[in-house]
Write a protein that binds this ligand. Structure first.
Ligand code: GLN
Length: 195
């Protein structure tokens, strides 16, 4: 399959490798016409305010939002998860706002720049997922149509799915464990087969 990776800023190269390692084609998205023919899209981690501004500047915000509304699968990791959220605590920054979730940016505090946590994610099997968090957001609130796939505790949710959208507070592209990417590619397959 052809998976787009928004390549304006942030950790897009690592996602590209993860896509290719699983045998798929990765297409770097910098202009609206690059969106043509992709089966799904990944929005990487980085700085959500910068990526949002660049999406406006390169006329990508509206076309990506429309693609999402049409049912194209989108995964956002870290800053990408922030950009998928309808509600960003205390911020009016540009966003896609496709998911009914509320996030807090840098939710783990400024002192804690980065940390690793073994997460239990039932949807990925028994083995815990070693998740790398870097100035990560977390999800505080979800509407009933959002499925919670993993949380650190009841107030700090870190992986959610809503239909064709997946939001991940950590960086799955920075470890060798490909199960989150594989999960997203399975979503793409599943959704493709519906049409
Ligand atoms: N703190 C960043 C933001 O809110 C996200 C950090 C990251 O993507 N590693 O945009």
């Amino acid at each position: 399959m052809k998976v787009g990776i928004l390549a304006l800023q942030g950790a897009f190269r690592e996602h590209k490798k993860a896509i290719e390692n699983l045998g798929h084609t990765a297409l770097e998205i910098r202009l609206p016409e690059h969106l043509e023919g992709i089966d799904g899209l990944i929005i990487p981690g980085g700085e959500s305010t910068t990526i949002g501004k660049l999406m406006v500047e390169y006329s990508l915000l509206e076309p990506i939002r429309e693609l999402g509304q049409q049912g194209k699968p989108i995964m956002g990791t870290c800053a990408g998860a922030v950009l998928l959220a309808k509600n960003i605590d205390g911020s009016d920054q540009p966003r896609l706002g496709l998911m009914d979730i509320a996030v807090i940016r840098n939710g783990f505090g400024r002192q804690v720049d980065s940390f690793e946590e073994d997460l239990e994610i039932d949807a990925l099997g028994d083995q815990p997922f070693k998740a790398v968090f870097i100035r990560a957001p977390y999800i505080t609130d979800v509407s009933p149509q959002v499925g919670i796939l993993s949380k650190i505790d009841d107030t700090r949710i870190v992986l959610v799915r809503q239909g064709s959208f997946l939001a991940c507070a950590f960086h799955p592209e920075l470890t060798d464990d490909s199960r989150i990417h594989q999960y997203f590619f399975n979503m793409i397959e599943e959704i493709k087969n519906k049409f």
